[in-house]
Design a protein around this ligand. Structure first.
Ligand code: OXD
Ligand code: MN
Length: 578
């Protein structure tokens, strides 16, 4: 790789604090990182990406398998030969005048038989510093790797950040990732989406486990018992908020408490007890900043006050930071692009100019989250009682329902969908089907992925119960019916009680729906009609949605497991005759 990229220097990262100080000082001198107010935000820095490089670029992300059908219809595909050839052209001499940093990292605890090791080469200090927070990295990983020998080969070069020379390439058959031409987190922190989801999902299928886009949280009940759930929602639907939720006053007084294991990725295996156990391969969070405040996510706010890397947020005159939906806006500041900004600024069309990019981020250690679970470092992770799927739907999906079986649950997960924009009632926003929230992250044919899920269920003695939730249901006027955020724990409480067979539910064509009386709504002021609307099943709307699901599944042809057809036919029958 060095011969191809021609760096001036090669530096092996040891993961030490001294190294961190050294690299940061260097990045301050070039402007790659900006030091923030060290008395108010100790250990915090700011980074601004290129303006054309602010989010994952799904259209430039490829799964490069020998056979196109192994990548499946939902992935972009390129042959490995062509992908290597095109990337090599771009990478030739790309690190001239730069240092190539070598980052040995472990997804999962170092030395765990369930962890995966990667080595990322990069020419970005921003990447090194993010990897230091997100993954276990440095000499301890290298020492272990030397005794083990197997790792995912990860190469990243920002080249000149030209979008026409940007490619995010995955070679699952070679256990290799090449990312060129980008400096945005999701494209370049290769341990995260690229390894821990795309490559890991491919390995997981071969090795008989699951790599999922899920948060993991523990719910401690008043009697001291802790039960764990894993939940998949499409990007920007509030996984980070749910994972570290603060119980509303009523439930807190009852004795509820939340333990955060993970906010984005779950690796799940069947243990000797026949249950599904989930571990978070990461140790940091790379969260969306806008909308995060002391009301929506107090634990995140406490976590990001130190040792945090902020990306594309507003820089205030006192060298602290701000973003839309944080507390009071500053009168004058510098926006995410580095330009003077104030909250009244308008563009040529008269629309407000955002100070922070809508996808601006914070990177912070999970150890700083007040609700972090001590089980983050346990090899086996935590036993999962319930799997929760969800999406952002203004109508259709009720607040919560339980599926009838593992197979029905897999089908429900395979059909989850989210509206891309906040839709007005009746004027549906553009709906994106996002199976298991893995559409952009599954490293192989999704039809085979559904089949793998079905097989996993058959292997478990005590599979988790599968639920669907929707925090985003609206009335005719576009008003949200459910308060969301911390109040979502009331639904999780019902879910766990269902798992133990302790509460009643109504059997409907789509699943078991809570009775109003089985939800603890003390202290919530929700009109009866709203609760009714939240729990309602509109048969004709469901039949319409079913037609859309069938269309979505068509792309998989014969490769789609027949169980998916069975479930759709059964749902249609129940909607029409039950
Ligand atoms: C993320 C995403 O950054 O899902 O976690 O996009
Ligand atoms: Mn994510």
């Amino acid at each position: 790789m060095a011969k191809m990229c021609q760096p001036d220097r090669i530096y092996w990262c040891d993961g030490s604090d001294a190294e961190k100080e050294r690299l940061r000082a260097q990045a301050f001198s070039t402007g790659e990182l900006i030091e923030l107010n060290q008395s108010k935000l100790p250990g915090c820095v700011l980074h601004r990406t290129a303006e054309n490089d602010v989010a994952r670029t799904e259209h430039l992300t490829f799964i490069c398998t020998r056979r196109k059908e192994d990548a499946g219809p939902t992935n972009n595909w390129m042959s490995p030969e062509e992908a290597y050839r095109r990337a090599k052209e771009i990478l030739a001499g790309s690190m001239k005048g730069r240092t190539m940093y070598v980052i040995p990292f472990s997804m999962g605890p170092v030395g765990s038989p369930f962890s995966k090791i990667g080595v990322q080469l990069t020419d970005s200090i921003y990447v090194v510093e993010n990897m230091r927070i997100m993954a276990r990295m440095g000499s301890k990983v290298l020492d272990y790797l030397c005794s083990k020998g197997e790792f995912t080969k990860c190469l990243h070069s920002k080249v000149d950040l030209d979008v026409n020379k940007r490619l995010i390439l995955h070679f699952p058959e070679d256990n290799t990732i090449w990312s060129v031409g980008s400096g945005y987190g999701g494209n370049v922190l290769l341990g995260k989406k690229c390894l821990a989801l795309r490559i890991a999902s491919y390995l997981a299928r071969q090795e008989g486990w699951l790599a999922e886009h899920m948060l993991i949280m523990g719910v401690e009940e008043p009697n001291g018992r802790i039960e764990y759930v894993a939940a998949a929602f499409p990007s920007a639907c509030g996984k980070t908020n749910l994972a570290m939720l603060v119980p509303p006053e009523g439930l807190r007084q009852k004795g509820y408490r939340i333990w955060t294991v993970g906010d984005d990725i779950a690796w799940m295996r069947i243990d000797t007890d026949g249950r599904l156990w989930a571990a978070n391969p990461e140790i940091g969070m790379f969260g969306v900043a806008p909308g995060t405040n002391s009301k929506t996510n107090p634990n995140a706010m406490l976590a990001i006050g130190k040792n945090t890397i902020y990306t594309n947020v507003v820089l205030k005159p006192d060298r602290t930071v701000w973003w839309e939906g944080a507390d009071e806006p500053p009168a004058e500041a510098v926006d995410w692009r580095g330009r003077p900004w104030n909250p009244n600024l308008k563009d040529e069309q008269g629309d407000p100019v955002l100070g922070a990019h809508p996808n601006s981020r914070f990177t912070a250690p999970l150890s700083q989250v007040p609700s972090v679970s001590f089980r983050l470092d346990h090899h086996h992770g935590v036993p999962i009682s319930a799997i929760i799927f969800g999406g952002r739907r203004a109508c259709l999906a009720p607040l919560a329902y339980q599926t009838f079986s593992w197979q029905h649950g897999v089908y429900v997960g395979a059909t989850i969908a989210s509206e891309l924009t906040a839709a007005q009632y009746g004027r549906h926003g553009e709906l994106r089907r996002d199976p298991m929230a893995m559409l952009p992250f599954c490293g192989y044919n999704m039809a085979d992925y559904f089949a793998h899920w079905l097989r996993m269920g058959a292997r478990m003695l005590q599979p988790p119960k599968i639920f669907h939730v929707n925090w985003f249901r609206q009335n005719q006027n576009g008003r949200y019916l459910w308060p969301g955020f911390g109040e979502n724990l009331r639904v999780v409480e019902w879910i766990l009680a269902r798992c133990r067979g302790e509460v009643e539910a109504v059997t409907t064509p789509v699943g078991y729906i809570p009775l109003k009386s089985s939800l603890d709504l003390t202290g919530l002021d929700i009109p009866d009609d709203d609760i009714k609307a939240l729990l309602e099943v509109d048969r004709s709307a469901w039949l319409e949605d079913l037609a859309d699901q069938r269309k979505f599944f068509e792309q998989f042809g014969d490769r789609l497991p027949r169980e998916m057809h069975t479930e759709m036919d059964a749902l249609e029958y129940r909607l029409k005759h039950f």
